[in-house]
Design a protein around this ligand. Structure first.
Ligand SMILES: *Cc1c(COP(=O)(O)O)cnc(C)c1O
Length: 457
């Protein structure tokens, strides 16, 4: 083996060792931030080191500060793990070092995105004719969906926003689920639509908008309007009634965007598909592969029902960018130019799982969430949401006590859950979205939570 092969094999071996032992590591070790900063700090190296030394130093510096969020008992935020095949594909993606901007730079990257994008749309019940940009996350995907919406609704009233911007443009109304994800607001700020102009639609107790409320919000609407819907509320997992809501939006000529960062994956399971009935009617969709599909960071999709609107909103040209087909290039559907070839990991993940494997992954996570709720309720704790998907909210009494118990659970290290504020109350949030979580992991975690809740007054 030459030196570079040894270096890469060694790095892969270290990553494999980390993953093999991740379940035994404390989920959140007590991190000494000062020491970590010191390890990564210090003076700028004056000269070169061998690659081995550089990598050794990186491992020594980083390992004490890693969070085992890829392990089976990390239930904070909504963080998937990374499946074996997609992790290996990610290593290859780095080794191949392709620029995924356009096909001439990497025909393989382009074909992988086309193939994997087609599979993703089929799994999620999104029309095959939709465009699919491989982006960094649902933040980028929401921005693109709303940019396409802005382009389309303004174009419908004779305004070219790409050329003329928003100065002097007709007003665009933006209506959204009151419990939308905060990334929607950032996207609106970036797009010049502002978050202060949002018209909020009230939700039911679990965070889904009622169709009547959407219709009321749109009543008498004329002119440009974009409506932000949601599949998978980040606290409760609730999904909007997409069919009726999209119909209501289209009745007034509006654009319906669905933020489905994790919730749209319910469509991949026959048992949970009913949560997303009508998903195909929307105009744009965002979803992540790095959450529920368990692809390494970062991987997500921005999909638009009208590919021409998608690329009109996000593409650019330059004299040195010639395409042979006239079809949009990978870089035309995203907000970056030079970029990682994101199709390989997604393609490998879907190869690894197949249609039935993705459905099993969704079903398993949902039934483990149910198991959490049942176990904690049996132990006398309050389950504060309707557990429709993979999210569980737990109350420990008043806000102070809830925050104290959450902190104690995090210190204990058996499992990791975060806190959230839902309808004015502090609650613990459990998200189950890791391929490697088992019933034993849930039982062990329930036991730890109940023990800590008893100890913490
Ligand atoms: C996670 C999440 C986002 C943001 O996705 P990123 O991949 O972190 O950019 C947006 N919406 C919802 C509902 C989410 O759960």
């Amino acid at each position: 083996m030459d030196e570079f092969s040894r270096l890469l094999s060694d790095a892969a071996g270290r990553a494999a060792h980390y993953r093999a032992t991740v379940a035994e590591r404390p989920v959140a070790g007590s991190v000494d931030e000062e020491a970590l900063r010191a390890r990564f700090g210090g003076p700028l190296p004056e000269g070169p080191s061998s690659p081995e030394v550089a990598v050794d130093r990186l491992v020594a510096a980083a390992e004490p500060g890693l969070v085992t969020s890829t392990g089976p008992r990390f239930f904070g935020f909504v963080i998937g793990g990374a499946s074996p095949a997609s992790t290996a594909a990610d290593v290859l993606t780095s080794g191949w070092d392709q620029n995924g901007f356009m096909g001439v730079m990497s025909p393989a990257a382009r074909a992988a995105e086309a193939g994997a994008g087609t599979w993703v749309k089929e799994l999620l019940g999104i029309p095959a004719t939709a465009s699919c940009g491989f982006v960094t996350g649902s933040q980028e995907a929401n921005t693109i969906g709303l940019a396409a919406g802005r382009h389309h609704v303004l174009s419908a009233v004779g305004w070219d926003v790409a050329r003329d911007g928003l100065q002097g443009a007709p007003r665009v109304r933006v209506v959204a689920n009151a419990e939308r994800h905060a990334t929607i607001d950032r996207s609106l700020r970036l797009l010049g639509l502002g978050d202060g102009n949002l018209e909020l639609v009230d939700t039911d107790a679990n965070g889904a908008v009622s169709v009547d409320a959407v219709r009321r919000a749109l009543d008498g609407a004329s002119g440009p309007v974009i409506v932000c819907l949601q599949s998978g509320n980040v606290n409760t997992g609730a999904c909007d009634d997409l069919r009726s809501a999209c119909e209501a939006v289209h009745d007034v000529g509006g654009w319906a965007h669905v933020d489905g960062a994790f919730g749209v994956w319910a469509s991949a399971s026959p048992a949970y598909r009913h949560l997303n009935v009508g998903i195909e009617l929307a105009d744009s969709w965002s979803t992540d592969a790095h959450k529920w599909l368990n692809v390494p960071y970062d991987a997500a999709f921005a999909m638009v029902s009208r590919p021409d609107v998608h690329s009109a909103a996000t593409s650019y040209t330059a004299p040195y960018l010639m395409t042979s087909t006239g079809d949009p290039e990978m870089g035309d559907l995203v907000l970056s130019s030079s970029r990682r070839a994101r199709g390989f990991t997604v393609w490998a993940a879907i190869q690894e799982l197949g249609r039935s494997g993705v459905a099993d992954l969704v079903d398993r996570c949902c039934s483990l969430a149910r198991r959490f709720a049942d176990g904690l309720a049996a132990g006398g704790l309050e389950i504060a949401n309707d557990v429709v998907l993979n999210q569980v909210l737990v109350g420990f009494g008043d806000d102070d006590r809830t925050d104290r118990v959450i902190a104690a659970i995090q210190r204990d290290g058996t499992c990791w859950m975060g806190g959230t504020t839902w309808h004015g109350r502090r609650l613990m949030r459990i998200a189950v979205s890791n391929w490697s979580t088992t019933e034993d992991d849930v039982d062990l975690s329930v036991e730890a939570i109940l023990r800590i809740a008893r100890e913490e007054f």
